[in-house]
Design a protein. Structure first.
Length: 289
């Protein structure tokens, strides 16, 4: 199929893009990498009056460390993150998750901000942002506002971004040196969206778990922060027994739907299995403080 007719704009500045979004009163779509939007257009699931192409906005492409955070411009290509030395040194969990995104052509065009704004609950980036308690910067006619991950993702393909706002930057806290990390996921074929994915981060000090961060993708209408599973590890440590208990609790915390790909009970079981795998691999990478 071909998309329904639309007007096309390629602004050169962010303020021009915002003015266009305001002009169309919520009936325009921002085009980043297009890896998710273009299929929706072709199937006519989305029928905007206009597309606002962001690819001519160079100010939104960067990766830098600042104030204890890794700051990533919204138009930064996923392939750039995959090979960024700055990202690999500061936040290897993000790099590992990036390598699991789709296929090479998708990562070559897809953008970090585009994935977050699209808010597919099975995608890797929303889970990483959620696990790390990251935040995004949204820019609109009234200026910038910072949105924590917990307030950004609302439901399937739905965020708290206003129709006249653009996601311009993501900010992820840089974990302490020696942190263990892992992103584990299960998909039917390489490159498919994961049935379930788990982002895990561990900080181990003197044989104790000083900090645990866990989030699940594909296990609900939005990324699921597994706080009660984290608390088990922070209270009981990182023994096999504690990891098993945390994984079991993770399976109880998610509320996945059944669909043609997997039943809800199967996704809960995957959550248990892959939480345990991610934690054990993260523990193997963690350096005792």
């Amino acid at each position: 199929m071909k998309p329904a007719p639309f007007e096309y704009h390629a602004p050169r500045r962010v303020d021009e893009a915002l003015a266009l979004l305001t002009r169309y009163g919520g009936d325009a779509k921002a085009l980043a990498g297009g890896q998710s939007l273009v299929p929706l257009l072709n199937f006519r699931v989305s029928r905007p009056a206009a597309l606002v192409d962001l690819n001519a906005l160079p100010d939104l492409t960067y990766i830098r460390r600042e104030d204890g955070q890794l700051r990533v411009g919204a138009m930064t290509r996923q392939r750039t993150i995959e090979f960024s030395l700055v990202a690999r040194e500061a936040l290897p969990l993000l790099v590992e998750a990036t390598a699991l995104v789709g296929h090479l052509p998708i990562r070559s065009r897809g953008t970090f901000g585009g994935s977050l704004a699209h808010a597919d609950p099975s995608a890797e980036y929303p889970a990483v942002l959620t696990a790390l308690e990251g935040e995004v910067v949204a820019r609109g006619p009234g200026g910038d506002r910072v949105i924590p991950a917990a307030q950004l993702f609302r439901s399937y393909l739905t965020t708290s971004l206003a129709a006249d706002e653009l996601l311009v930057e993501a900010r992820l806290p840089i974990p302490p040196p020696g942190s263990g990390f892992a992103f584990e996921e299960f998909s039917r074929r390489h490159g498919d969206f994961a049935l379930v994915g788990i982002a895990a981060l561990l900080v181990v000090r003197d044989g104790r778990c000083a900090m645990a961060r866990l989030a699940a993708a594909g296990a609900g209408p939005a990324p699921v922060r597994l706080r009660e599973a984290e608390e088990i590890l922070e209270q009981d440590g990182v023994s096999d027994r504690a990891i098993g208990a945390a994984a079991a609790r993770a399976g109880e915390l998610v509320t996945p739907d059944s669909d043609i790909h997997a039943s809800a009970s199967y996704r809960r079981q995957l959550t248990r299995v892959f939480t345990a795998r991610a934690l054990r691999r993260a523990l193997g990478r963690a350096e005792p403080g």
